[in-house]
Structure formats: C-alpha cells, structure tokens
Ligand binder design. Structure first.
Ligand code: PMP
Length: 427
C-alpha cells in the first residue's frame, strides 16, 4: 500500500513515522487506531536504552539514578515486615489520592526545597512524574491547544503531550534558563495565530537534557508572565534536591500556590522502580486532576507507597540525597574534565550545578543523529539532540548523562566519542 492509498483508506494523518511503518505491513485493524495513536512516538531514549545493555558498551545515554548506595538488605526486611504486618492493606486497592502518610511526607520533601505551605490535601500520589504529565495534557488540552516548553525539553513529556495532539511549541533558553522576553514574544506570536495556550511545562532545575537552571529572578518573571496570560505553569522538578553545592533554589511553586502545578518524584531521591511521584495541585484544579489520575490507575500501588513511606520514616533519606549529590558531583566533574581534555575546537557544553546531564553543542549544520551509529561502533552511546524538541528535524546537539557511569567509564566513553565528533566537525 502506498502512503497516499493508506491515507485515503484510513483518513488519518500520515506524516508520522508510525503511519509509514504501519502502511508497510498494514492489517485491516489499522483503521481502528485513533488519530491520537499515530502521535505516540517511540522514545529515542528507550531505543538507545535497549542498545545500551550490549556488553562492553559504555552508555552515556540513560539518565538512571545510582542505586547501589541504598540499604538494600534493610529495605528487604522492611518489605517483609510490611507484608507480614500490613499485607492485606498493602496488596489491596487503596485510595485514589494515595496514602495520607506518604502525602504528608511528600510535603516534608518539598519543604527541604523551600515549598513551606504545601497541604497534603492538595496532593495526589502519581505513578511517577511521567503519569502526571500525561494527566496534565489530558485534563487541560484539546487537540491543537498549545503547551509551551523549553528548547530543549524532556523527551518523555513531549511524548506524553503529543499523544493528546497537543501543539507543543518551544521557548529558547540560554545559560540562565528560559528567556522571559522570548516567552512573552512567543505568547504574542501564538495568540496572533489564534492559538490557545494552556500550559508552560518547565524543568527549572537542572533541565533534562541541558543541565541548565532557571535563575531565581527569572523564576519570578516567568510565573508573572504566565499569571498575566492565564497560562498554568507545570513545574517538573525531579532533580531539584540534587544540587551539587549550596542550598537548592526555591521552586517556582514556592509562594505561588495558585499559578503552579508542581510535579515531584521519588525516582531520583529514592528509586524509579517504585514508580511513585506526586502532584501538588492548585486547590481550584484539584478535583478534576485527581479524578483523571484515578481513572487511569484507580490507585497508586499501596505496596510501593508503604515501602517509600517506611524508607522516608525509618532511614536517613536526606543523608542518602547528600551522598548521592557528592557522587553525581564527582561524576559531573569527571565528565567536564574529559570533555575539556578530549573535545575538538568548535564543540561547547554546559556546566550543570546539579542533576544528571551535560548538553553538548557541535557547530551549526552538524546533525548528531548519524553520529550515534558511529558511536555505537566505537562502543559508546549518547542521545541525539533532536529527541528533545517537538516534531521532526535535525539537531547539532547531544545529551550526555553522567549519573549512571563510573568516573573511569566516563573518561573512556568520552575518549571513544571524541574522534567521531572531531571527524564531524572537520567534515
Ligand atoms: N521529568 C523529567 C524531567 C525526567 O527527567 C524524568 C525521568 N528521566 C521524569 C520526569 C520521569 O520521572 P518519573 O520516574 O517520576 O516518572
């Protein structure tokens, strides 16, 4: 079947890779898919994740947290105790908002960063921040509505938003994060196009993928612009506590309970395998958001909620965060040193103050996607920059993650990558 025949037969947009793939091996059930299904892309990060398990390969791709310093044996005993003492509750359905105790503890975690007025009644425990991004697009956006996001932004959020046929538009960043003047200009442009802008999705601390942090002044300015324009800020903050030095910057939600919907995650301060995070929701938006969460999962897992709750209660979770920061700071320094040592002229990179990622920029005109295959041959992987922008297109950037790799492997991975980038720069 040709692309046009397929388009006629199914009356669906065909300008996506998914549609083309399906056209190649089409089945009559293809017509049953919703338009929405054709907007769900395979994440480049997941693709590379699969490759990354090859023996000998050094992956600078996946932003996985370091878990070896968790007290695994003790956690095993805790899990056993939970099952022995509260098994019937742990294995039963629970409340849709999540356990009261864990919602109270989420407030303690947020207080450590400067959100001092969070009320557990305004929290829904989510299946990670990822599920909250999906629910946000679902409850706020009709097809064609705009979500503004940073350029670059988190690939998982792009995938979640685009699945609801959201028109995701970007706002440029510089070394201080999202540029407020550019945000205002983009809002003006989009309004002139007749667009409805619903949300600004932002990762203000240690942005994934760029590692850049929005300054305190700009945080205020960005919230103010959104308030004036009736755009809700969706603040995604999984890395905020992982600042290498000094005090964390107050989240945008601090002092702005009405205008910011805040997403937290236990993935980076504890473990992603429990699949738990939370949303702190402006009270006037709570009910619909919560009902949508409940409609998807009925309730977050009581078993893993109990495990996280026990971990936060019985262990020095902040001590673990502090030692993780030191570990990530060391790995970040190792990567910065390796880049300074190995990268050819014309290549630049960010210097993050926390989080997991460094963003590397090659000269204009170089496309980093084809370089990925060469990197795999050389025994390392990264994520090409195009993954972190909406739509198709090429990018002269790439993301390197230092969180999950030892300092020695970081040095070796960058050493393997360097000749590939050098050849691309010289070409
Ligand atoms: N937001 C950002 C910015 C992330 O980097 C990630 C994970 N890489 C997530 C959300 C997903 O987090 P969770 O495990 O809580 O779903």
């Amino acid at each position: 079947m040709t692309r046009e025949e397929f388009s006629d037969a199914v009356e669906l947009p065909v300008d996506t890779m998914a549609a083309l793939e399906r056209a190649a091996g089409s089945h009559r059930h293809e017509v049953l898919f919703s338009n929405r299904a054709f907007h769900i892309k395979q994440s480049a990060v997941r693709d590379v994740f699969d490759i990354s398990v090859q023996p000998g390969l050094i992956s600078l791709a996946g932003g996985s947290p370091y878990l070896r310093s968790l007290p695994l044996e003790e956690l095993g005993r805790t899990a056993q105790r939970i099952l022995a003492e509260h098994g019937l509750e742990a294995l039963q359905y629970g409340g849709g908002q999540g356990m009261d105790e864990l919602r109270r503890q989420a407030c303690e975690v947020m207080a450590a960063e400067g959100i001092l007025d969070a009320d557990p009644a305004d929290i829904v425990i989510t299946t990670g921040s990822q599920s909250a991004q999906d629910v946000a697009a679902k409850v706020f956006c009709n097809p064609g509505d705009v979500i503004l996001c940073e350029d670059p932004t988190y690939v998982g959020a792009l995938n979640a938003f685009e699945a609801y046929e959201v028109d995701v538009r970007t706002v440029p960043m510089d070394g201080d994060g999202l540029i407020p003047e550019a945000l205002e200009e983009r809002i003006r442009q989009l309004r002139a196009e007749g667009k409805t802008i619903k949300l600004l999705y932002t990762i203000p601390s240690f942005n994934n993928p760029s590692g850049v942090t929005l300054t305190a002044d700009r945080r205020r300015a960005v919230v103010e612009i959104c308030r004036r324009n009736n755009i809700l800020v969706l603040e995604d903050n999984p890395y905020g506590l992982l600042r290498f030095d000094g005090e964390p910057l107050a989240p945008m939600r601090a002092g702005n309970p009405q205008d910011v919907l805040y997403l937290g995650s236990f993935s980076k301060i504890f473990a992603p395998g429990v699949r738990l995070g939370w949303a702190l929701i402006p009270r006037h938006l709570y009910r619909r958001f919560y009902l949508a969460c409940e409609a998807v999962v009925l309730c977050p897992s009581p078993l893993t909620q109990m495990l996280v709750s026990a971990y936060l209660r019985d262990y020095d979770w902040m001590g673990h965060v502090r030692s993780s920061r030191t570990l990530y700071a060391g790995r970040c320094s190792a990567m910065l040193a390796a880049l300074a040592d190995q990268m050819p002229e014309g290549v630049t990179w960010t210097r993050p103050e926390g989080g997991f990622f460094i963003w590397v920029t090659l000269p204009e005109g170089v496309d980093t996607y084809p370089l990925l295959y060469k990197a795999i041959e050389a025994g390392t992987v990264f994520i090409p920059g195009a993954a972190f922008r909406p739509g198709e297109g090429s990018s002269n950037k790439l993301r390197l993650a230092f969180s999950a790799v030892s300092a020695e492997d970081i040095a070796e991975g960058v050493r393997r990558l360097a000749p590939i980038l050098r050849a691309a720069v010289d070409a």
